[in-house]
Design a protein around this ligand. Structure first.
Ligand code: NAD
Length: 329
């Protein structure tokens, strides 16, 4: 580690979209030594030119946090916080492999079940930190991120003995106005969040409905609860003490109160971007099959969102081809 205190920790945030900008920008404001990494040219250039425009309940400000393209990686970091979408993690970590030394801690607060597995391809399990966060964030345009409401990050180590960096994180985050707790049951919390996301993200992505519309229609509402039940049964079969009732309460609350919210998977579908369905429903169905758990609704959601992803990828390929050869119709 390059220093004793958490201010001297050299921190990289890999994937500086909505969440990476919220966490990276807040940590930088709190005095941490942070560099953002992203490959979105317009976003990186806007942050370099104008600073990161971050709007939270604390107000709107411009944060002049350093930002690099992965190809500009400059030496070893003490902590890499991964905030790409789950399906981009491996490629993103490969591009900054030289930033990962023998004592570098890798932290994932991404959604999905496979983040721990992917991070351990790049670091010893004791240096892999995992968890979830309930903070919300939206990328509003290049260099512009908004986040409203409170949240928390629940953190745990993937291996023993845990990297000493884990103990530094709650204080580091608190200085930046972010709540974080070390939680030995963080993996159960990851499953609970996956259950919630599998229910709402998939159904909204397929139907094009906002959360409230899923709740207002009895059949889609029942499907959402059925997915929660399937994911929780799978989690329990895998040995994680998830609280089904807690997830059902979170789901009922979202259906009643987040009525206009369009989950990120629906936003990705609308924008023609790839979704995180493999990290969420795909990872659940794989584990359900391994344990002999029936997960028919989750499997159907997976198949339908895979179809949407396939259609979007085909359209992107055609558009690319047309750009390369405009004479082709
Ligand atoms: P996002 O799409 O806004 O940001 C991802 C960023 O990663 C983008 O800026 C993209 O350019 C960058 N990226 C992609 N490939 C890269 C690479 N190879 N190298 C460097 N950067 C790369 O996504 P987000 O909403 O910030 O979500 C990040 C993760 O956090 C996801 O797993 C998501 O499910 C999870 N999450 C999101 C929220 C939320 O409210 N947005 C809340 C909790 C968890």
């Amino acid at each position: 580690m390059s220093g004793e205190s958490n201010q001297s920790l050299r921190i990289a945030v890999l994937g500086a979209g909505a969440m990476g900008s919220l966490f990276g920008g807040s940590l930088f404001e709190g005095g941490a030594n942070v560099t953002l990494f992203d490959l979105d040219v317009a976003h990186v250039e806007s942050i370099r030119k104008n600073g990161l425009n971050l709007k939270t309940d604390a107000g709107e400000r411009r944060i002049h946090v350093p930002v690099l393209f992965p190809s500009e990686v400059n030496g070893v970091y003490d902590l890499v916080i991964v905030f790409t979408k789950a399906m981009h993690t491996r490629q993103a970590l490969t591009a900054i492999r030289s930033a990962i030394g023998p004592n570098t801690a890798l932290l994932s607060l991404q959604n999905g079940l496979d983040n721990k597995l992917v991070l351990t391809e790049f670091a010893d399990p004791k240096n892999v930190l995992i968890g979830i966060t309930t903070y919300p964030a939206d990328l509003k345009g290049p260099g512009r991120v908004e986040s409203h409401g409170r949240g928390v990050a629940r953190l745990a180590a993937a291996g023993e003995p845990a990297s000493p960096t884990l103990d530094l994180l709650p204080d580091l985050f608190a200085r930046s106005g972010l709540d974080a707790v070390i939680d030995p049951h963080a993996e159960a919390a990851i499953w609970e969040k996956v259950a919630f996301n599998a229910a709402l993200n998939g159904l909204c992505a397929i139907t094009g409905s906002a959360v409230g519309q899923i709740g207002a229609h009895p059949e889609t509402r029942a499907l959402a609860f059925q997915i929660v039940s399937e994911v929780c049964t799978t989690a329990i079969a895998c040995g994680f003490a998830v609280e089904r009732q807690h997830v059902e309460e979170m789901l009922a609350d979202a259906l009643a109160h987040h009525i206009h919210h369009k989950p990120s998977m629906l936003q990705d579908v609308i924008a023609g971007r790839p979704t995180e369905i493999e990290a969420i429903c795909g990872a659940v169905v794989r584990r359900a099959d391994e344990r002999g758990v029936a997960a028919p609704v989750t499997r159907t959601i997976l198949a339908l969102v895979r179809h949407i992803d396939w259609r979007a990828a085909t359209a992107r390929r055609s558009a690319d081809q047309l750009r390369r050869d405009p004479t082709e119709v």
